[in-house]
Design a protein around this ligand. Structure first.
Ligand code: PMP
Ligand code: GLN
Length: 388
């Protein structure tokens, strides 16, 4: 048979997360690759899911989501960001942020439209844009004084008459950058001037450190009306396997995204929706403690990686720390991460796979710190073999 896969998906192969997690299992390595926590979410929220199943929440919920969750999302937006979203016409529940991004791009971009994306970028963006037959236009983030940022001139130059949207991911995976108000203002000005939509991926909204606050771009002047704001319970409540996310946007944008979403999955699983509604209403203190614990784990991993010989950048949010491998005598992160199980019994993610121009990220490797202290310590002691 000739290649069965459609041409526009052929470049994608298997995701780096699947490849590296399989490598960890195969080699018995410590997995600091794929970003998932090795501890559970808040116990009462987990109980709520069990209870929901016992109480019969086992048939299709309404397509746009269980009303209780849409109300809880609306209350949460208002309490944390001062943003008002009507639970019925402006909130849509999705199967994780991944479906929300895919449905948004498919709903809002015509073939040939351009979507500006900051590289390195989360891998599903490129695939969603390809499925829509739109074009990804990358703007490179580079380390400046210890944090990855973009050049406003390069961003401006990336916008053309074909640009439809800017995809804004902050806190940013894989760099750990949390965009400042100034950075967001540059993006917002362009969106307003050029009549663009901001599709935002805010899955790490609560996981920020050192007092740095996440600012949703929808809170900037003139932006609520043109922003499709995406979140997910996975990272906020340490339940990445629940795949429960949501979109908040004005009615016309939510209707567009819902039109596509209903034919991707129709609806999301009922029990998790009820449990996440509980989490948003009762477990935000737990989330605060999670973020503060993660900050300590970040520091622990950063110190360890520096002691092992990596040059380390300090992330202000997310689960991830970026390292430069050149001080250890390596040049290519893909080559190193494929050999890392054999060299040190650890798995990490080569940052270059998140670039359209991989050479720009060739010497960076991403490590996840959303792991128990003893796991981090063991990984660090193994990584010290690299410089021994
Ligand atoms: N966006 C980013 C930036 C991510 O890191 C991830 C992975 N959690 C996702 C989206 C996917 O989120 P979900 O599991 O809710 O689909
Ligand atoms: N978001 C997680 C990460 O960046 C992985 C998600 C996935 O496996 N697709 O590591």
């Amino acid at each position: 048979m000739t290649e069965p896969l459609v041409a526009r998906m052929r470049a994608f192969g298997t995701t780096i997360f699947a490849e590296m997690s399989a490598l960890a299992v195969q080699t018995g390595s410590i997995n600091l690759g794929q970003g998932f926590p090795d501890t559970d979410g808040p116990a009462a929220m987990l109980d709520r899911a069990v209870q929901a199943i016992g109480a019969g929440a086992n048939q299709y919920p309404p397509g746009p989501g269980v009303l209780e969750l849409r109300q809880a999302v609306s209350e949460h937006r208002s309490a944390h960001y001062g943003l008002t979203y009507d639970p019925v016409s402006e909130v849509l529940v999705t199967v994780g942020a991944t479906e929300a991004v895919a449905a948004s791009v498919l709903a809002l971009c015509e073939p040939g439209d351009e979507v500006v994306v900051f590289e390195p970028y989360y891998d599903s963006y490129a695939a969603s844009i390809a499925l829509a037959q739109a074009r990804l236009v990358p703007v490179t983030m580079r380390p400046v004084e210890g944090r990855f940022t973009f050049d406003p001139g390069e961003l401006r130059a990336a916008v053309t008459p074909r640009t439809r949207a800017i995809l804004v991911n902050s806190p940013h995976n894989p760099t750990g950058t949390v965009f400042t108000r100034d950075e967001l203002t540059v993006i917002a000005e362009l969106c307003r001037e050029r009549d663009l939509i901001a599709i935002t991926d805010e899955v790490y909204e609560h996981l920020t450190f050192d007092g740095v606050e996440h600012i949703p771009i929808a809170t900037l002047p003139g932006m609520r009306e043109r922003t499709v704001m995406i979140s997910s319970a996975g990272k906020t409540f340490s339940v990445t396997g629940w795949k429960t996310g949501w979109v908040c946007a004005p009615p016309a944008l939510v209707t567009a995204v819902s039109t596509v979403k209903q034919f991707l999955t129709f609806t999301a699983s009922a029990p998790w929706q009820l449990a996440v509604a509980y989490g948003l209403r009762h477990e935000m203190e737990w989330v605060k403690a999670l973020a503060s614990g993660l900050q300590d784990k970040r520091d622990r991993l950063m110190e360890g990686l520096a002691a092992a010989g990596f040059s380390v950048l300090r992330p202000a949010g997310t689960y991830f720390v970026q390292t430069d491998i050149r001080p250890l005598g390596f040049e290519d992160g893909l080559e190193l991460t494929r050999r890392l199980p054999e060299l040190a019994g650890v798995v990490a993610i080569p940052t270059q796979v998140f670039y359209d121009r991989p050479e720009r990220g060739r010497h960076f490797v991403r490590f996840a710190f959303c792991k128990k202290e003893e796991v981090i310590d063991e990984a660090v002691s193994r990584l010290k073999r690299l410089s021994a």
